[in-house]
Design a protein around this ligand. Structure first.
Ligand code: ADP
Length: 244
């Protein structure tokens, strides 16, 4: 053991999100479904986590919870020590707007807006002035390797480029956490690898915490930690080996 590492100097990773005995129950009586069934989970700042599991195992329900879109039926969800279940709908929306970025399988870009306008959108919701907004959006697009494509519409970009625009839109607000729901589900292998490299770089260089749902073991291997869901519970939770 390294004697120079004391509790004070050891790199302490702060708990960012915590599910405490969380259940999510839909329906009642015979029709009751426990989408989450007493889940305990802590995600620390700077982690890159992959969530896996068969269809119906509770992945989306967990992501909705972590994304502050939904609240537990029982138990509590803490985001930076704040009990999200006790917040109003509007307070949760504010929390999302300032701390979270979302990336989806289907990119979810506005088809009639160009890349720059798509990336500016969350900043409009934040009430940022037009010139600063433009500057930030240009920077975010450059960051994801799309310098020179700012004025392209989604239909003029490849799937991989569209997902890059979506990643730029998700990081333009400098979120603490990026939640990605099957971000490579609509992409071929080459583009998938590019997106995973981009997410990994954002995690490593910017320290953005990433939580990603994926069905593909190859994509999950980019994460530091893989959590497997089954029947609304965590079946396994472990660190991965670094991918070279
Ligand atoms: P996954 O994302 O792993 O496919 P989900 O979290 O979507 O799993 O679903 C977990 C379980 O909860 C499934 O049995 C699903 O049918 C059920 N479920 C999810 N959302 C609802 C809902 N709004 N109403 C009723 N049942 C739901």
């Amino acid at each position: 053991m390294d004697a120079s590492i004391t509790p004070e100097t050891a790199p302490q990773r702060k708990a960012l999100m915590e599910l405490r005995s969380v259940s999510k129950i839909y329906g009642s009586g015979q029709a009751e479904v426990r989408a989450l069934d007493g889940v305990n989970l802590t995600i620390s700042e700077g982690e890159f986590v992959a969530i896996m599991g068969p269809s119906g195992s509770g992945k989306s329900t967990a992501m909705n919870m972590l994304g502050c879109l939904d609240t537990p039926s029982n138990g509590s969800f803490l985001f930076q020590d704040v009990d999200v279940g006790a917040l109003s709908r509007d307070q949760r929306a504010l929390l999302r707007r300032h701390f979270l970025g979302f990336v989806f399988q289907g990119f979810n870009l506005l088809a009639r807006s160009d890349a720059l306008e798509n990336v500016e959108l969350p900043l409009i919701y934040q009430g940022m002035n037009a010139s600063l907004r433009r500057k930030r959006a240009m920077e975010a697009l450059a960051h994801v390797g799309l310098k020179g494509r700012e004025r392209h519409f989604p239909g003029e970009l490849s799937g991989g480029q569209q997902q890059r625009v979506a990643v730029a839109r998700a990081i333009v607000t400098a979120p603490k956490v990026l939640l990605a729901d099957e971000p490579t589900g609509n992409l071929d292998t080459k583009m998938s690898v590019e997106i995973m490299e981009l997410l990994k770089a954002l995690n490593r260089a910017e320290g953005i915490t990433i939580i990603m749902v994926t069905h593909e073991a190859e994509m999950a291997s980019y994460a530091d930690r893989i959590i497997q869901f089954e029947d609304g519970r965590i079946k396994s939770d472990g660190q991965t080996r670094e991918v070279a």
